[in-house]
Design a protein around this ligand. Sequence first.
Ligand code: GLY
Length: 556
Amino acid sequence: MLPLLALTLAGALQAAPGPGQQAVATAHPIATEAAHQILDAGGNAFDAAIAAAATLGVVEPYGSGIGGGGFFLLRQANGEAIDYRFIDARETAPQLAGRDLYRNISGEVQRDPAINGPLAAGIPGLPAALVHLAEHYGRLPLSQSLAPAIDAAEQGFAVTSRYQALGSFRVEAMRRDPETARLFLRDNDIPAEGSLIQQPELAQTLRALAEQGRAGFYAGPVAEQLLSSVQAAGGIWQQADLDNYQVIERQPIRFHSHGFEVISAPLPSAGGIALAGILQGLETLPKAQPGSTAWTHNLVELMRRTYRDRATLLGDGDFVPVPVERLTSASYARELASQIDPQRATPSSSLGMPKVFSEGSNTTHFSLIDADGNAVAATLSINLPFGAAFTVPGTGVLLNNEMDDFAADPDGVNEYGLAGGEANAIAPGKRPLSSMTPTLLENDQQLAVLGTPGGSRIITMVLLGSLEAIDGQPVERWVSRPRFHHQYLPDHIQIEQAAFSPQQQADLEALGHQIRPVGRDYGDMQALLWDKRRGELSAASDPRGVGQASVQLKTD
Ligand code: GLY
């Protein structure tokens, strides 16, 4: 364990001179290369973020794209001071979407239109975010920062085993839409590893964005094509939805814990609020060896309680009142921790039964830093792998199915069994609750930048990675450590096979915990560490994915 480090007050951290090197970790080597290319061309971290985000949307059509949205957490090194900014580019519900959007005439919620086809798609936020980043933070024109993504769309990328695995999960839905099948399947089936996927129409759309800014996507021929295809296939987008879409700059969640300031995602993400409850709560409990049964029990019980709050209280804070200050306070975390019985798991049923909502399982994340110390943690999504499995012909835009992150049925149960409720009901213009948790941990001596895809498990993965960082472990360990998760309902600990030893499993069961292996490893964490004392950068990509992390001297 690192000794507790002297804290500086929020906002008063002095900017050390930058690391003098640059580091990038993304879920795909082509995107990592794109970000380095833009940094080498004189761009800053924010230009590199544009390049990485747009390129990931091309080479990971199963994870993110300009048909989707996401969150960018920025660290701006402004001479003497550091600014943290959060850009909310979450999709919004169309104006014609109401709380009963997916109910049939008998009042039952229909799963299929909530996840497949254009009725499942929120209004995309990523194109607006790329323009916003270029206009307010970058140094380079969009024509330069989007060039690597345009090249990747034109030249194509090779199908990986990850593409195949995620495609297999969605192949039935992809077959239903001819344009999606033409672009992303071969002979109506999952392409062989190494097959080339080219997207010339997407290159054209990216070019329009590069040349015209937001008008290249939200107006003109691209918008006309989006609207006519969406409406012809049963969707409800209107030009006013595209005109009205705005990214929102929000205050990130900030709190102090374990000797670091933690800076993380605010609503409409549940991530920062949950991290505040768990990390601050853990500090108030008797010290336990990381990885021990007592430590695991404490974490699971804190997860259970913060996911209960998430289910009952959280939604888009611009639409529903959420007591964020209280939920993120040290006193509330202490209250949560004080309810834990060290000898016994608390049945979730004894904590009140909330309603249930749904959440996607795929997404992407990247972490990067430039030589001056500007850094970005960004988590981006089209929700399920290959989103709504609906691509608008002539544009290459694969639509998200982020509407499924709302509680389509505040009284029912969804396929992931994740609980949610009234605060996250559908409403026009509202943003669905998310788990995406791009996060920074910083003190005078270190900066950690991390995040991951993985649906409802994102928050607990970022938590476990953060605890490794706090414990002084190398960045490779943050991304690779075996994972466990509890989300209040269903009431069991979900684990990767290697998470617990047989003895530890038996000890946890003796405390009353039920344990279920999830059957496969999960997540694709991308992380970096700037050790300010040693002047060193290190970066790592999750070995579960096909990503690439690298540290490079800036080449001028
Ligand atoms: N769709 C994944 C998330 O927002 O958490």
